[in-house]
Ligand binder design. Structure first.
Ligand SMILES: Cc1cc2nc3c(=O)[nH]c(=O)nc-3n(C[C@H](O)[C@H](O)[C@H](O)COP(=O)(O)OP(=O)(O)OC[C@H]3O[C@@H](n4cnc5c(N)ncnc54)[C@H](O)[C@@H]3O)c2cc1C
Length: 391
């Protein structure tokens, strides 16, 4: 039996960021089911430069992107990103860096260790059962548990507090070397090659490119491996200037794609990152948000533990909803609509995108909805309806 103040389940960006921002005297244990931090890669790492700077992530962990091409079956939008540049993150190195930020704290990382279950004791503490690949079963007693297990929602699900998400984004990615691919250009593609989802091409800062496809389940019956296979055989990649060699690695992952849920604090069990559905509803971009939320939650926990004041966690939950609720609710509405788009809808949509300012496009990708953009969307929606009635 080991004792700690805070047990963190999951060593992804959310869990690692909670650990790095807890006060140094708070004892915390991270249990992580994988044998290495950051591997296998389960995400594609697209994000934004301004956020990496704000989160103080050193520039050696990303590739800057200032050209974005969006393709559908017959339309194309080519955007020179002026102000809100994008980045592609080096996932294994970034996550190891995030882990190193808590090296000096009172924290331990148990790798190859899976959280199985937990029971609340009469003194309010939790005893959690862990299975480690070498030593077998072990127990950890803690006052707080952070569910940072991603879409698994391992802790909340084990306690019967939430169901696993019923709607999921599922993605597969091929990573390989393509020498002539420009390292500042990202591609997004939509339409028949990847219905009910989208595809991407992201260059990394270590001379590979990541070609990925993601779909939403159960909105489609297709699985991403088959979608990728069809894509490879379709000839569509020639249009993108991408050629898959015989030698590539496969990354794949799952994330929740459900409605915003403001309840993240369940007494002394708190969810963060993908277990709280943190990825943006339009693009499924969650890494910077998982880091931000992890740090934000650690600040609230520091106050709660130092002052023995549970109200701090309630204040955190209120602030959380205020910060994310509105944009995520609107974004989810849009996500459900576009997941039903057919090839012609996507052609129209990409034509509209080609007329937008680059900042409007990055706002859209960020699921950041300002009043002007909302009004424009409402107007276009109304216009399409009227045109449809007149036909
Ligand atoms: C295909 C795909 C593409 C994506 N592309 C992007 C992108 O381009 N940009 C972006 O910002 N985001 C992207 N995302 C989303 C992003 O990956 C997530 O939002 C982010 O990883 C969430 O971080 P997290 O720490 O909450 O969860 P995770 O990164 O999922 O980390 C949770 C960790 O917990 C571990 N775990 C789970 N259960 C247990 C257990 N019982 N015991 C111990 N450990 C456990 C898991 O092994 C996992 O490593 C993508 C996701 C997918 C699936």
């Amino acid at each position: 039996m080991q004792d700690c103040d805070v047990l963190i389940v999951g060593g992804g960006p959310a869990g690692l960021s909670v650990a790095s921002h807890l006060a140094a005297d708070i004892k915390c244990i991270i249990v992580h089911q994988d044998a290495k931090i950051g591997q296998p890669v389960r995400t594609s790492g697209g994000s934004f430069l301004a956020d990496m700077k704000a989160l103080k992530i050193p520039d050696e962990y990303y590739q800057v992107i200032d050209k974005l091409d969006v393709f559908s079956d017959t339309a194309r939008a080519s955007i020179n990103i002026k102000s809100d540049k994008m980045v592609v993150l080096d996932i294994p190195k970034l996550y190891q860096y995030l882990a190193s930020l808590s090296d000096k704290n009172n924290r331990q990382i148990l790798l190859a260790s899976k959280f199985i279950s937990t029971v609340k004791q009469s003194d309010g503490k939790y005893i959690s059962e862990i299975r480690n690949r070498e030593i077998g079963q072990a127990s950890i007693r803690s006052k707080y548990i952070i569910d940072a297990s991603g879409w698994h929602c391992a802790v909340l699900n084990a306690l019967g507090l939430v169901e696993k998400p019923a709607r999921l984004g599922v993605g597969t990615e091929y990573e390989f070397v393509q020498k002539d691919y420009p390292d500042n250009r990202a591609i997004l593609f939509v339409g028949s090659p990847v219905l009910s989802g989208y595809g991407w091409v992201f260059p990394t800062n270590y001379n590979t490119i990541r070609l990925g496809v993601g779909v939403i389940k159960p909105d489609t019956e297709n699985n991403p491996r088959d979608v990728m296979q069809t894509l490879l055989e379709s000839g569509f990649l020639r249009k993108l200037g991408v050629e898959v060699p015989d030698d590539y690695t496969i990354n794949s992952g799952i994330l929740p794609s459900i409605e915003f849920e403001g309840k993240v604090v369940f007494g002394n069990v708190i969810r963060v990152g993908d277990s709280a559905n943190c990825a943006t509803p339009i693009a499924g971009e969650g890494i910077r948000i998982a880091i931000e939320q992890g740090r934000f939650l650690a600040d609230a926990l520091n106050g709660t533990i130092a002052q023995n004041n549970p109200q701090k966690l309630q204040d955190y939950q209120t602030a959380y909803t205020k910060k994310y609720g509105r944009d995520y609710k609107i974004g989810y509405w849009a996500n459900q609509r576009i997941s039903k788009y057919g090839p012609k809808d996507w052609d129209r949509s990409v034509n509209r995108i080609s007329k937008l300012q680059s900042s409007e496009i990055t706002d859209l990708l960020r699921s950041r909805f300002n009043f002007k953009n909302l009004l424009r969307t409402a107007f276009q929606h109304l216009r399409r309806k009227i045109m449809g009635m007149l036909k």
